[in-house]
Design a protein around this ligand. Structure first.
Ligand SMILES: C[S@@+](CC[C@H](N)C(=O)[O-])C[C@H]1O[C@@H](n2cnc3c(N)ncnc32)[C@H](O)[C@@H]1O
Length: 249
């Protein structure tokens, strides 16, 4: 039930305004992103994330990387410069169609539509690098934990996972507290139903978090270990967010 609501939400977001649903800068709403500028943010964002956790592929390219929640391929296109094979996976068929349309490296970069709550399309220990930034923050914790488990399953013995997850709100209004309290009992698409008609053409981006101790517990219960944690600004000013570098124990 939760999964099908997340899927429906992203299929709708991808049709309304895909670039803004991926990078929601206020000035770029309603088709305001320039494609070249949009893909350039992917190169910069990847470099800064790798830098933050101390990963360099110079002289040691990856064999096979997974870009989970690839959207239009903003990050996988940048990743393609650092290794041999990139697999981008997304829940939305429309996002995958757009990623294929903008794919400049068809020989080394492939996209997969994966409307599933697992990564059953890949065998175990298949990837030596898993990247997932600004994706898990938009799904309820039960789904986040399931994918973290899957990231560890598809990770090779010496592979690394770089994943970003918000922990909690850093500023919360009374409306936020009410919303957080009610959320477990409401369907995910409740916000879509309440939305004012004049905002009906703007993607909805709900935010969720997992505390650092919840992430640690989930990783350790599934045979992984956290190698490094760095705070980041991916979830915006209202959330405390972290980028984790994870390996297998
Ligand atoms: C905010 S966008 C980020 C896209 C990309 N990672 C980037 O940084 O350009 C989130 C993406 O995650 C995808 N997504 C959300 N839930 C997913 C899931 N359960 N499985 C795979 N992709 C998912 C959405 O369709 C969307 O393309």
């Amino acid at each position: 039930m939760i999964f099908s609501q997340v899927r429906k939400r992203w299929e709708k977001n991808a049709r309304l305004d895909p670039m803004w649903a991926i990078l929601a800068q206020p000035s770029k709403e309603k088709g305001g992103w320039d494609t070249e500028a949009f893909f350039e943010t992917g190169r910069r964002s990847l470099e800064s994330a790798l830098d933050r956790v101390g990963i360099s592929f110079i002289g040691a390219p990856f064999e096979r990387a997974l870009d989970f929640g690839c959207g239009m391929g903003r990050i996988s296109q940048a990743l393609a410069a650092h290794g041999r094979q990139v697999h981008g996976v997304d829940i939305s068929g429309e996002m995958v169609r757009l990623a294929e349309q903008f794919n400049q490296f068809p020989a080394s970069c492939q996209y997969h539509h994966n409307p599933a709550s697992d990564l059953g399309l890949f065998p175990s220990e298949y990837f030596d690098f898993v990247y997932c930034v600004i994706v898990l923050q938009h799904m309820p914790p039960s789904l986040m934990k399931g994918y973290l488990k899957e990231f560890l399953r598809v990770l090779s013995r010496k592979g690394k996972i770089l994943v970003q997850i918000p922990a909690q709100r850093s500023q919360a209004t009374w409306q936020d507290h009410c919303k957080d309290w009610l959320r477990p009992w409401l369907p995910i698409d409740f916000a879509d139903r309440l939305r004012l008609r004049k905002r009906a053409d703007v993607p909805i981006l709900e935010m969720y978090g997992l505390t650092r101790s919840q992430v640690k517990e989930c990783i350790e219960n599934n045979g992984g270990e956290i190698l490094r944690v760095e705070s980041d600004k991916h979830a915006g000013p209202a959330w405390t967010s972290y980028t984790y570098l994870i390996g297998r124990r």
